[in-house]
Design a protein around this ligand. Structure first.
Ligand SMILES: C[S@@+](CC[C@H](N)C(=O)[O-])C[C@H]1O[C@@H](n2cnc3c(N)ncnc32)[C@H](O)[C@@H]1O
Length: 290
């Protein structure tokens, strides 16, 4: 019996994706301070790594000192700045010009502009925007599931990988607490509408035009098809806070997570977290740049 493939967002025009992220760049409301100031950027970073504390360990910022990092989908540049701060040479691309504007300002504020090259680019056609050459790290956090054709981005990424390159990728996890919560809360349990509901409610601003989710196996297949071999795949991150407090910059957990002992919460996160954090390397074989 053939199983129905997950809903396909391949028909969604990229302009819609760009318009969505331009209208509200990712994490732009992580601080109420004036956008573009040092205080604003410091607060954005504090909040991001407070709510998603697994990111620094996953990115391994200090490991890339003196190395070349290609970041695909940098948003307003929280991780970008940390790669540069730790001494990496970074090429950071994003589709959203509005996000890049803020990221560029961030690099200037922290005196890191000479370490980062920002490029507005569609990652599905990356080589049309960024010269193809090997990078030590290809990094993309929370991006590939938002583009209509994830497999095209992976194929492009493979062209920037030399034999010793590392790929670090975060994809949304299908078998997650967040997916269950969205389907119950917004769809009254209509699991057959899962993909539509998740796309609509996955981000801070409703109506994201493209949000795919992946099981571990689907992620492995996506990477394998592009010539990457998964070395590690870890599931992380359940958002435990009450939204009405969180938007007021208060961190009060919802009652059921307050009742749950920390080890039990951690156990849940490692199985049903929202972030599938993958570390991969090029599979041995033909160099796709040849
Ligand atoms: C959820 S945000 C993540 C941003 C950043 N990585 C972070 O963790 O803060 C997703 C980003 O992917 C970008 N994006 C989506 N599709 C893209 C594409 N085809 N090419 C380049 N960037 C894309 C969006 O513009 C947006 O900035």
């Amino acid at each position: 019996m053939t199983r129905k493939p997950p809903r396909n967002f391949g028909h969604v025009p990229l302009e819609l994706v760009q318009r969505y992220w331009d209208s509200r760049p990712c994490n732009i409301r992580h601080s109420p301070k004036p956008v573009g100031t040092r205080e604003y950027f410091d607060e954005v970073e504090q909040r991001k790594y407070r709510v998603e504390p697994h990111i620094p360990a996953f990115a391994e910022f200090p490991r890339w000192r003196g190395k070349r990092v290609l970041e695909v989908g940098c948003g307003i540049g929280t991780d970008t700045i940390n790669f540069a701060r730790h001494g990496a040479w970074v090429t950071a691309v994003d589709l959203s010009e509005k996000s890049l504007e803020i990221a560029r300002q961030r690099a200037r504020v922290f005196g890191l502009a000479d370490r980062i090259r920002f490029v507005q680019a569609d990652a599905e056609r990356l080589s049309a925007f960024v010269p193809v050459e090997p990078y030590d790290l290809i990094y993309s956090f929370g991006v590939v599931h938002h583009t209509p054709h994830p497999e095209r981005v992976l194929a492009e990424m493979r062209r920037y990988a030399g034999p010793d390159s590392t790929l670090k990728l975060m994809l949304y996890h299908r078998r997650s607490w967040k997916v269950l919560w969205i389907v119950l809360r917004f769809g009254g349990g209509q699991f057959w509408r899962l993909d539509e509901l998740v796309a609509r409610h996955s981000e801070a601003q409703t109506g994201c035009p493209v949000t795919y989710t992946f099981t571990r196996d689907q992620a492995r297949q996506l990477l394998a098809a592009a010539g990457f071999e998964v070395m590690r795949a870890e599931v992380e991150h359940i958002f435990p806070y009450r939204i009405r407090d969180y938007v007021q910059y208060r961190y009060r957990k919802v009652w059921y997570f307050r009742c749950l002992p920390a080890p039990a919460f951690r156990w849940l996160e490692k199985r049903f977290g929202w972030h599938l954090c993958i570390t991969a390397r090029p599979a041995p074989g033909l160099d796709p740049r040849l």
